[in-house]
Write a protein that binds this ligand. Sequence first.
Ligand code: UD1
Ligand code: UDP
Length: 366
Amino acid sequence: MRAVCVAGARPNYMKVKPVMDALEAAGAEVVLVHTGQHYDRVMNDVFFDELGIRAPDHYLAVGSGSHALQAARTMEAFEPLVEAIRPDAVVVVGDVNGTMACALVAAKGGSLVAHVEAGLRSRDWSMPEEVNRVVTDRVSDYLLAPSPDAVDNLRGEGYREDQVHLVGNVMVDTLMANLPRARERDPAGRLGLTSGDYGLLTLHRPATVDDPAQLAALLEALGAVTAQLPIIFPVHPRTRSRLAEHLPDGLLPVEPAGYLDFLALQARARLVLTDSGGVQEETTVLGVPCLTLRDNTERPITVTEGTNRVVGTHPPDVVRAALETLACPPSPRRPALWDGKAAERIADVLTTPSPGGRLRPTSLSG
Ligand code: UD1
Ligand code: UDP
């Protein structure tokens, strides 16, 4: 079996690595295609180095730009590759623009499409990732779901049972494999902070950061929290250009952290505040309290079975929730199948021949 695996932005790397390894261990030939959406050392190279991902076989050099531009450039560059490689399956992960663009090209080019992280839904159509999730799932043959809520979403949308596979969460595979190495690091100490006595903040969603006045009001309000607890703030490049010059005392902006440093920072934080998708999941597995600064989440299991709470972006609500959580942290729990073996299950699904040979092309039931 020949599989093309696609990655290209920060949250893809920790998802694609265990899938590539498991496919190769199952005897598949794996071709890695990098779309080039993220390219800075701190957004890209550091993950390849730290996670031991081999250099991509093909680099599409898509770069930054509008959604249409990124998707169009990806599709244009990916199509001839798929024609030349003729893979049995194209494996896409997550919900970034390259996920959707490569899934579309693969489906039209006649390859089977496997979506890792299928079925997540925020039901917020203003979120570009929600469009990417729904479109990717619709053209995928294998829907590899991380959690029962994702399976329910797919069933509700009419996907066939033989397409939907509950495999667990591949991000957790990478987290578990790297946590011992991360724990050897002390990135908070390098900032003069005490382990276990700081908060951690990440913000990069357009809805949270694109309006500089809204962003400034949120960060200013966090001064009420930093008066009690210093907060480390690795600043995403989208956010950097919108950041006010003055930040409250105790809010410490730093450059985006590498995977191991960020894992170490999460593991020893008293509180994490974020609008990231992946960070909601990682804090759940680490048992660290997380406040999600959004109006919704496509990862509700981190709330029902984890340490996450969705608090919106209204500054007084965020501050109240932060102070409440510091006073009364949630109890850690971990969802089933978030056990470090999700990629093995994926490889099993993808390398086991379907009854009757090739999986039937995607069609909704009913
Ligand atoms: C993208 C994903 C988002 C994901 C996030 C993870 C989509 C629609 N969005 O958002 O789902 O949560 O990545 O981090 O695919 N930039 C740099 N250096 C880089 C990359 C980007 O400076 O290496 C800057 C550029 O100015 C760019 C901006 O960041 O315009 C935004 O980058 P982009 O890839 O368009 O979207 P993200 O906000 O990173
Ligand atoms: N991450 C990191 N350094 C940072 C911020 C995040 O290594 O400074 C990691 C984080 O641990 C998780 C992934 O990046 O594994 C999440 O990516 P991001 O928040 O960019 O995207 P999202 O998950 O929201 O799509």
